[in-house]
Design a protein around this ligand. Sequence first.
Ligand code: ZN
Length: 262
Amino acid sequence: MILVDVHAHLDHERFKNDLDEVIERAKQAGVKAIITSGVNSATNRLILKIAEKYDIVKASFGLYPIDALAKELELTSGFVRDIKEIDVDSELEWIKENKDKCIAIGECGLDYHWITGKEKEQQMIFQKVIDTVEKINKPIIVHSRKAELDAVEMLESSKLKKIVMHCFSAKKSLIKRAADNGWSFSVPPIITRLQHFQTLVEIVNINQLLTETDAPYLSPFPGERNESAFVAETIKKIAEIKRMTEEDVAGNIYMNYTNVFL
Ligand SMILES: [Zn+2]
């Protein structure tokens, strides 16, 4: 089977000691491409190095709302990742200069779950990202937690066509609306445990579905670190829901990947 993971965080410290093995296991499982996403200046440079080292890894430069607002931020409790402040304008300049080294832009978007009371500021930053992506003409990988409607409306007002909604947790009508726009949806392996993503797969046409891991997060196996080889779990679940063979699902999703990213 030919597999693809369109969103992972391979720079994460939980991969520091065994990334070679993680990549090897992905290859053994049939993974032909892993898109690893930065979230701030530091991780954008790290993922570029990782993409240069491993042939199946592609870089996606990101600008995460939490890092972009780091200076003025009060996070809701529970957020665990290390936050690195970003100078938004100079990072977007760097992204423009290095556009030929990346396959996409993201992770970027809006997050009203971890950040409260800074909606306007987040939207201003996301708009700057959208403007940049319009200029460099790349696919965009969008995070939109508890901010799905605002994210959809901002993207609808843009000229962007190659839009991937990552881990999209909107209600059915908004999933339909985004799907009618022709956008793609990347589904994590935690679909085996979360009804919401199963519903999304029911609603969205197979030609608009992609597989991702968000590794090390969102593992299909409770308490375990997620990794790219586990996209096979997502394929299994999609095959069940769509009543297709796993081979057909995998082949379709790989074709979707080439249509959006290559
Ligand atoms: Zn992510």
